[in-house]
Write a protein that binds this ligand. Structure first.
Ligand code: FE
Length: 391
């Protein structure tokens, strides 16, 4: 038996945030990040609407980018004290992901972080609270997915947690909230969405339920991301919906080794983290080359659906890769990890362990082509130096 799970309701369109006024409950905790939602007024609106719904509210603020296990545990503690029957997470992927993990430890204080690293092993939720997710960026689609990425900083590893238990009850996809995204974030999150849709379409877990969502999302990203990047309001709104469609697809079809690599390289190098969507954008063309050496047919489907012409599968795949390369240039995304700024000696020193970790990542299982640690090392070398993947 297979399963296809989405939130019970997706409210979308300008002003969709107002649906919060209609929620039934006594207490809502609002989980939010660094301050953008406060500055733009959407946090106050959220709190006002919840009060209009007759709820007592509490704030859990300052969830950091790439949220830590410690932040998750602090949030769960705050929830145990306040006893909310609604968890309302608003912001980028980070506060929403953190709130999903907090939800688990709020409802099940006896559970440890190690207990839930194994995918689809979560205890049952919704005994204490329901969950509403309100994204302010157009990429992670965490508002509709069964995933949460939490970082263990002592190990320098991002853990993708996965279980349909943490698929939100309500997603509010209001383009007014995403209209405030800065340009760079628009590029990175847009390429994250494209990666989600492509990895979902070629995934071993692809299905007739996820394929149309993935293809439509890819078409919309190709059509609207450049204008969205340049600030066009309608294109921004369409990207907000496209990333959500991609999320519905990958939450059910899972992802592949672009994400395995992004998870395992995001926080491992000294200096700045490699922002998730930027990492995906850099890695995607190399992974397509690798996977298409196994079976190119589904990449060829994507190319045809995107209006790319080619006499055979190889030509179609080459056209698709070129299109993605061109997008990266337009969006000022580097072509290699070297160009991004990882020092060569550090890359070489960490290469073997990153490759091994990436093979073990939860996203590797659904990748269409099998990959050994040695092959993963070679993919990483190609990504670092910008060489062809011809193995
Ligand atoms: Fe992603």
């Amino acid at each position: 038996m297979k399963r296809f799970t989405l939130p019970r309701d997706i409210y979308y369109g300008e002003g969709a945030l107002g649906v919060l006024k209609t929620l039934q409950g006594k207490r809502a905790i609002v989980v939010v990040g660094g301050g953008a939602m406060r500055r733009t007024g959407f946090l106050d609106k959220t709190l006002d609407y919840l009060k209009e719904a007759g709820m007592e509210t509490e704030l859990f603020e300052n969830v950091e980018p790439d949220p830590s296990v410690e932040t998750v545990m602090r949030g769960a503690e705050a929830m145990r004290k306040f006893r909310p029957d609604w968890i309302v997470a608003i912001g980028g992927g980070s506060p929403i992901d953190a709130a999903k993990a907090m939800w688990v430890f709020y409802e099940h204080p006896e559970t440890s972080f190690e207990d839930i690293i194994q995918p689809f092993s979560f205890p049952e939720l919704r005994q204490k609270a329901k969950f509403a997710a309100i994204p302010s960026t157009s990429g992670t689609a965490t508002e509709v997915t069964a995933f949460s990425v939490i970082t263990n900083y002592s190990k320098g590893i991002k853990y993708p947690l996965a279980d349909f238990q943490i698929t939100p009850d309500i997603a509010i996809v209001d383009p007014e909230i995403a209209a405030t995204m800065p340009k760079t974030l628009t590029a990175y999150t847009g390429m994250d969405a494209l990666t989600h849709a492509i990895e979902a379409y070629v995934s071993r877990m692809n299905s007739p339920f996820t394929d149309p969502l993935a293809i439509k999302a890819i078409q919309m990203v190709f059509e609207y991301l450049p204008d969205s990047y340049n600030g066009d309001k309608n294109a921004r709104a369409q990207m907000h919906y496209a990333q959500c469609l991609a999320g519905m697809a990958f939450s059910n079809a899972l992802l592949g080794i672009v994400h395995s690599l992004a998870h395992k390289t995001g926080a491992i190098f000294e200096g700045d983290h490699i922002v998730h969507g930027c990492a995906n954008a850099i890695y995607l063309p190399y992974v397509i080359q690798y996977n298409a050496k196994g079976d190119a047919s589904r990449y060829a489907d994507i190319a045809r659906a995107s209006g790319i012409e080619g006499s055979d599968d190889a030509a179609l795949v080459a056209g698709l890769i070129k299109k993605i390369d061109d997008f990266n240039v337009k969006l000022s995304i580097p072509k290699t990890l070297k160009e991004w700024g990882v020092p060569e000696d550090e890359f070489k020193a960490k290469l073997t362990s990153i490759a091994k970790e990436a093979v073990g990542d939860a996203c590797t299982g659904a990748n269409p082509r099998r990959v050994t640690p040695a092959e993963m090392e070679n993919i990483l070398k190609a990504i670092y130096y910008g060489t062809a993947v011809d193995f």
